[in-house]
Design a protein around this ligand. Structure first.
Ligand code: PLP
Length: 372
């Protein structure tokens, strides 16, 4: 690929692709959005990096906007999703350390994906991600997703928190029952432990709300974001309440690049757009349209597609044939999608700025591919 414009990627042979993978749910505003290009170009001429030893106006603005628009009191800036998750894991441990009663263990759910560092693969325990990397880090107890009893029974005096993706992405686009998520919130509160929601993939408008947890009327104590907040520039953050972050005092955690002026210029420009009135309404509208069109394709090709699932523009189709081959054929026909690593699911996660015409074009490519 040599160029990206809007919802399209262009290859070195000139071929254009409709991009419903968005760099794995990253390019929330498509490719080379003019507002982002202008913000980054302006910043390139001003200041690239000075480390977080100093305050910069872009960082102040970015952090305060995230605080104003979320449950969070504290923000730690990162360059990736895995670093944001790492920060949250460390925060859970430091919180209880600061309380004087170490509770270092964290409960995670089957089918999770939290990134590729040793702590993140130890938390997710996805077989493909851990192969050849053992021994894993101790301190994670995994329970079956969706089972409140199993979760409750797994809590011991050493448990300090629960970590889960509000909507599982890599695990096959799995949306939880609202009662389950509310139950998890209640269990964590009752046990005096922290709820850490990983919204690296499902956050920042992907599901039709700024955060996926808003659909369920719950708030976490800690939340990791990345991907869509940079729309292609590496930006991530760990958001937390002051209570959860009480152990993260100066010098206890850090990183050289997080919150760098280029990253916050882009992050602010993304927020300028996705916080506009009506932006999320359109994501929900486009998500409903795409889901219903995928449903029609499933009805017409029941021997190929088993199920359509997901929320907003985080959608997946569960296939009856191996996904790798179909993703390749869709690509050949001009539509980019991405397979999930579990459950034979192809993910449809286009830029949040797609139009009805883009959706109809994608569906006609899917139909053509299913027919041949
Ligand atoms: N958490 C979730 C839910 C993810 O989907 C991912 C990446 O796919 C990560 C964390 C890791 O993010 P990154 O690849 O930016 O480190």
């Amino acid at each position: 690929m040599v160029r990206g414009r809007g919802v399209r990627l262009i290859a070195d042979d000139g071929k254009q692709y409709l991009d419903f993978a968005a760099g794995i749910a990253v390019n929330s505003l498509g490719h080379c959005h003019p507002h982002l290009v202008a913000a980054l170009s302006r910043q390139v001429l001003e200041l690239w990096h000075c480390s977080n030893t100093y305050h910069t106006p872009g960082l102040e603005q970015f952090a305060s906007r995230l605080v104003q628009n979320t449950f969070a009191d504290n923000i730690f800036m990162t360059n990736s999703g895995a670093e944001a998750v790492e920060c949250g894991i460390k925060m859970i441990r430091r919180h209880h350390y600061a309380n004087g009663t170490p509770r270092p263990r964290i409960i995670t759910l089957s089918g999770s994906f939290h990134g590729r560092t040793i702590a993140c693969i130890s938390a997710g325990r996805n077989l493909k991600a851990i192969e050849g990397y053992e021994p894993l880090l101790d301190g994670f107890d995994q329970v079956p997703r969706g089972d409140l009893e199993a979760l409750k029974n797994a809590i011991t005096p050493l448990t300090g928190g629960i970590l889960l993706e509000t909507v599982q992405g890599e695990g096959g686009i799995r949306v939880y029952d609202p009662e389950y998520l509310r139950g998890v919130r209640a269990i964590a509160k009752e046990a005096g432990i922290l709820l850490f929601l990983d919204e690296v993939q499902c956050g920042i408008g992907r599901t039709g709300k700024l955060f996926a947890f808003e659909h369920y009327g719950i708030e976490p104590d800690i939340c990791s974001i990345a991907k869509g907040i940079g729309s292609g520039f590496p930006v991530g953050a760990c958001l937390a309440t002051a209570h959860a972050a009480k152990g993260m005092t100066q010098g206890t955690h850090g990183g050289t690049y997080g919150g760098n002026p280029l990253a916050t210029a882009v992050g602010n420009a993304v927020l300028d757009i996705i916080l506009q009135d009506g932006f999320m309404d359109n994501v929900r509208k486009m998500g409903d349209l795409l889901k219903s069109e995928l449903g029609k394709v499933m009805n017409d090709f029941p021997h190929l597609i088993d199920e359509v699932r997901g929320i907003g523009l985080m959608l997946g189709i569960k296939m009856k044939l191996p996904t790798g081959d179909i993703v390749k054929r869709l690509r050949y026909n001009g539509l980019l999608t991405i397979a999930a690593s579990n459950d034979n699911v192809i993910r449809f996660m286009p830029p949040l700025v797609i139009t009805e015409e883009d959706i109809h074009e994608a569906i006609s490519i899917l139909r053509k591919t299913a027919t041949n």
